[in-house]
Design a binder for this molecule. Structure first.
Ligand code: DX5
Ligand code: ZN
Length: 215
């Protein structure tokens, strides 16, 4: 079944505990935690203290998406604060393979991701080493942007490559995912859908969870 990862960027932070309870009750799979440093992306979000509090509140898988320069500086900190999956951008580090090793040494799952303007080939040297590949379908930095349709080819490429090479990383998609674009992602071979603005505009979180799964 398609996994659903609501992006907390769009949740109500004044009621975080209640939001988490409602997400658990809706049966979501991951909590997507978007960390922005104001350098790698032109926006600042939240970081370690919030992550620590979130970890205290739930046993759901916390999926940290690090939109930060030189993520190697913070891998141990994000592992200790409670991430289950740590995803880094290929554009943000000069040593992608080393960062992946660093994540694995913490015992957490390692993910890699790429901006819409970056070729998927950039990830080929590490595909055998990762647990997750995140395909960005918007330029990172903000919620509420439109899905870039041409990125579906990257999802398809990854699904084909994974099959041909008998690998088992998850394919996650992030940005502009709604009930319509989710269908394109599912068809192309995605396993995990991140959704922020579409998800949290609903009153009842079971509705977007099943809509995104195509139920
Ligand atoms: C964008 C973030 C996304 C964002 C998605 O930089 O990585 O996770 O919250 O928001 P929507 O679903 O509104 O495009
Ligand atoms: Zn994200």
């Amino acid at each position: 079944m398609m996994k659903i990862a609501p992006s907390l960027l769009s949740c109500d932070f004044t009621e975080l505990r209640q939001e988490v309870r409602r997400l658990e009750a809706a049966g979501v799979d991951y909590l997507h935690f978007d960390v922005m440093d104001g350098r790698f992306v032109p926006n600042i979000s939240f970081g370690l203290p919030i992550l620590e509090q979130l970890r205290e509140m739930t046993n759901l898988t916390i999926d940290s998406h690090l939109m930060i320069e030189e993520p190697e500086r913070y891998i141990e900190a994000f592992a200790e604060a409670g991430s289950d999956i740590i995803t880094v951008h290929v554009e943000a580090t000069r040593h992608l393979h080393r960062v992946i090793q660093q994540i694995k040494q913490t015992g957490k799952k390692a993910g890699v991701t790429l901006n819409p303007g970056t070729c998927i080939e950039q990830l080929m040297p590490v595909l055998q080493d990762v647990d997750l590949v995140l395909v960005m379908t918007v330029n990172p930095g903000f919620g509420g942007q439109s899905f870039i349709g041409s990125m579906v080819d990257k999802i398809q490429f990854l699904a084909d490559y994974r099959m041909q090479h008998q690998l088992n990383f998850e394919i996650e998609v992030d940005g502009g995912v709604n009930e319509h674009t989710a269908q394109l992602c599912r068809k192309a071979g995605a396993d995990v859908l991140v959704a922020g603005s579409y998800f949290f505009k609903h009153e009842d979180y079971k509705t977007p969870t099943s809509m995104l799964r195509g139920e």
